[in-house]
Ligand binder design. Structure first.
Ligand code: SF4
Length: 190
């Protein structure tokens, strides 16, 4: 009798574990959906806008900084989930993204920089952030891969500022919206 009860519990736990693993494996790092400005279950805690009627408990227009990366910036909005107190940086873009499957590379790196900045400013890691274009928006997860990419871009930028020549690496994703493509750049992907 006891063994049967234990067996049932083990079966249920295995099933739950299988579902969780499947969700983890299937989870995409960037998810595109139709644009919506709703943030159910979240409260606004930061805004780069400076409205006439300011709300209590919202920080307006403060320059936020990351000491570790020596960068600073002002996300458009930061929300906090009411239950788990998770923070979500949100950046609004004026253009449309149409049928592109991913955000513009520069916008992605901007959000990655905000992930690091808000973690240092608020003392907790954002699980994801949002890049919202006119027509579609992206839920972007704060992955180690994205942060490594940001660190590489910042390294290259600093090396170039110090006069070092960096061999440009064109790619479809990086080059597709670059103003240098097919004009002054010889590295862009044709
Ligand atoms: S077009 Fe040239 S400058 Fe622009 S992203 Fe591509 S490689 Fe870099």
């Amino acid at each position: 009798m006891f063994d049967l009860a234990v067996l049932k519990i083990m079966c249920v736990l295995s099933a739950v574990l299988a579902v969780l693993m499947a969700r983890r494996i299937l989870k995409k790092d960037i998810v595109k959906t139709k644009t919506s400005f709703k943030m159910p279950g979240h409260s606004l805690i930061y805004s780069d806008a400076r409205p006439k009627n300011k709300k209590d408990n919202v920080e307006y227009g403060t320059l936020l900084k990351s000491e570790s990366l020596d960068i600073q910036g002002k996300p458009d909005f930061i929300f906090e989930s009411r239950f788990m107190k998770r923070i979500v940086p949100v950046e609004i873009k004026s253009g449309s993204i149409k049928d592109e499957e991913e955000p513009h590379f520069g916008d992605l790196m901007q959000l990655a920089a905000y992930f690091v900045i808000v973690e240092e400013e608020y003392g907790k890691k954002a699980k994801y952030g949002k890049l919202i274009y006119k027509d579609y928006m992206f839920k972007v997860y704060n992955t180690a891969k994205l942060r490594r990419e940001l660190a590489g871009v910042l390294n290259d930028m600093r090396s170039m500022l110090n006069g070092k020549m960096i061999e440009a690496e064109g790619s479809f994703v990086k080059c597709r919206h670059c103003v240098c493509k097919m004009t002054v750049c010889e590295y862009c992907e044709k």
